[in-house]
Design a protein around this ligand. Structure first.
Ligand code: ADP
Length: 259
């Protein structure tokens, strides 16, 4: 549709711009961090100075997190799709999700039987799940439940729904029992830099990253949400015709640097 084309063009332009800036910015931040570390190791500093160093360090760390997200968002060529057992990947990511969500939020998985394999970049899929978990956590400040479920979907040609292309998909649904979104928020969530979170909390890049990743993977992402009830994000991953290759530790993938 015209809207999704506009979205894609906008994402490309922003992606190229931010990728270049983020890369240079990241290098600058590395210099700041290295010098801060050296400073912090000096023995004869008073407490006030140490506190200042710590505060600069924290701010620099936040800036690095942001540039990392920007890099992940703009780095659109580097996908490595491989035939993946999605149940295994979800199972392997649950620990990471639990740590992301904290104690107040229950994490439940409902893994579909006879699940097809999907052609997908595993590290990016995990990063997407973490992004969704962060959003779910922020939507459930008083606790709640996150449910990750998987299943097969065959979209017949000629009877497509919801803009999902014809074909076979492995669907990963991530539901929360959080505050949900009003329609005017929901229609903007995939726009880069759209956030309702306060300064320093959100970048507005999480869902744009997920959107770009799924689009590049020939999949789809759809969101259903109701204020006061919760949100369900569905990732439609293209079915693979191949057997799953051996899985590398999903959590180890997360540690893979951005540069
Ligand atoms: P960020 O999380 O940095 O704000 P995102 O692109 O991930 O950026 O999300 C954009 C906005 O979409 C959020 O600020 C929030 O308003 C809304 N949102 C996303 N996920 C959820 C959710 N699970 N529940 C409620 N609102 C959500």
């Amino acid at each position: 549709t015209a809207a999704s084309l506009r979205q894609a063009v906008k994402m490309d332009a922003i992606g190229q711009l931010t990728g270049g800036v983020a890369h240079d910015f990241n290098n600058i931040l590395m210099v700041i961090m290295a010098n801060l570390d050296a400073l912090d190791e000096e023995a004869d500093l008073d407490r006030a100075t140490r506190n200042r160093i710590r505060r600069i360090g924290n701010a620099t760390q936040r800036a690095r997190d942001l540039t990392r997200q920007l890099l992940a968002f703009s780095r659109r060529q580097a996908l490595q799709p491989v035939a993946t057992d999605i149940n295994e990947l979800v199972h392997g990511t649950v620990g990471l999700l639990r740590r992301t969500l904290g104690e107040m939020i229950e994490v439940e998985t409902v893994l579909g039987g006879g699940l097809w394999n999907a052609d997908i970049d595993r590290a990016q899929l995990e990063a997407s799940l973490v992004n969704l978990a962060i959003n779910a956590r922020d939507a459930m400040p008083d606790g709640g439940r996150l449910r990750v479920s998987t299943g097969n979907l065959s979209m017949p040609a000629g009877a497509e729904r919801d803009g999902i292309s014809a074909g076979d998909f492995v669907v990963v649904s991530v539901s929360d029992t959080g505050k949900g979104m009003a329609p005017n928020v929901l229609e903007k969530v995939f726009e880069p830099f759209f956030t309702t979170k306060e300064m320093g909390k959100g970048t507005g890049l999480g869902l744009s990253m997920v959107y770009g990743f799924l689009q590049q993977s020939k999949g789809h992402v759809r969101i259903e949400s109701e204020v006061g009830r919760g949100t369900t994000v569905r990732l439609y991953l293209p079915r693979s015709s191949e057997a799953a290759s051996t899985t590398v530790s999903p959590a180890a993938n997360m540690e893979r640097g951005t540069e």
